[in-house]
Design a protein around this ligand. Structure first.
Ligand code: ASP
Length: 344
């Protein structure tokens, strides 16, 4: 029997056309065979479906993540793998969000897109779709993860980040190696895959949007910090700090964070550096942060930090201690730390 892959189309450049003013706008895709006719002769069966509204990924929200997860959940038993066609702008956020939503995943969910629309002669979309489909249908590898494929690499979804609005290799993963490379053949690095779970799939569908990101810069004012930390209904904040998690040691800044923590707001420290890790207490400039209860985000990406915090606050709204603890664990391979939390 042929392997089966379901393509879920969400929008993005890959399916866009130019409007009368020359701007690119999302367009409903007809069947994938009309766009990539070569796929008619591939060895696996392809079915397609699309999100209710086809969007530029700048408009993605947690409701869209839930819609996507429900499409996959409904079809989970009937397909060997899933390919999500998605705009590149927020693809790493959706990949991260889905990774947290699908607990005990045993089948590949691969997001891809393109920098040029399919109708353009030099489009990168054709290669990206074909490779993503090959990977999603590949019994040899059978990757039990949410991944992102772009240009010639397969990344763990919650480790990936968009790095170029210009080049075809628009994504990278600074803190974890790619899981597979597409050359003449695919070379898989199976030792880097997540372990295949033997428990039943669980799909978690709650996100709490009441979080904020506070990006530090030299000269940031108390007014700016206070405005973020006093956002109405705020439950969590990600502070983007310097280097290995450092921040100003000025008393007004530390007091503002301490006051927020006393108001039960969870604060996670993520570095502005692209590669490397937060190490609280390595410098004096992070000692106060750990003393007052800021949580170190290790080497997590901002995309994974945002979606993980929304996911944990949404899933355990009445147990902030559990949320705090879970932020220190790797739930789906999003951080390089030995202790994985079996309970999440
Ligand atoms: N603005 C587009 C989107 O993210 C960009 C792309 O698809 O590459 O939907």
């Amino acid at each position: 029997m042929k392997n089966k892959v379901l393509i879920v189309y969400t929008g993005g450049t890959i399916g866009m056309v130019q409007d009368a003013n020359g701007s690119l706008k999302p367009y409903p895709m007809r069947h994938i065979y009309d766009v990539v006719p070569e796929l008619r002769s591939c060895a696996y069966q392809i079915d397609t479906c699309q999100m209710e509204n086809i969007i530029d990924s700048s408009n993605m929200t947690p409701s869209n993540w839930i819609e996507l997860a429900e499409i996959i959940e409904r079809n989970y038993e009937d397909y060997d793998g899933f390919v999500i066609l998605h705009g590149t702008d927020t693809m790493a956020y959706t990949a991260s969000a889905l990774s947290f939503m699908f607990k005990n995943l045993t089948k590949p969910i691969i997001l891809t897109g393109s920098q040029l629309p399919m109708g353009v002669l030099r489009t990168d979309g054709r290669e990206n779709i074909i490779c993503a489909l090959e990977l999603a249908s590949c019994r040899e590898a059978y990757i039990p993860e949410v991944c992102l494929f772009f240009e010639n690499r397969l990344y763990r979804g919650n480790r990936s980040t968009k790095v170029s609005a210009e080049n075809f290799d628009a994504f990278t993963s600074y803190n974890y190696p790619s899981l597979a490379l597409a050359g003449i053949r695919f070379s898989f690095k199976k030792h880097l895959f997540l372990k295949r779970p033997d428990k039943p799939l669980e799909v978690r569908k709650n996100f709490d949007r009441n979080i904020a990101v506070l990006k530090l810069f030299p000269g940031i004012t108390p007014n700016a910090v206070d405005a973020i930390l006093h956002t109405k209904d705020l439950h969590g904040v990600i502070i983007e700090t310097f280097g290995s998690g450092n921040a100003p040691t000025e008393p007004w800044f530390i007091h503002a964070l301490e006051d927020a923590i006393k108001r039960d707001i969870i604060i996670l420290d993520v570095t502005q550096c692209k590669a490397g890790s937060v190490i609280l207490d390595q410098y004096e400039a992070s000692c106060d942060l750990s003393r007052i209860g800021v949580i170190g985000g290790n080497d997590i990406t901002l995309e994974a930090a945002v979606t993980k915090m929304m996911y944990l606050l949404g899933t355990y709204p009445n147990d902030h201690d559990h949320v705090r603890r879970s932020l220190t664990y790797s739930l789906r391979g999003e951080m390089t730390i030995p202790n994985e939390n079996p309970h999440n």
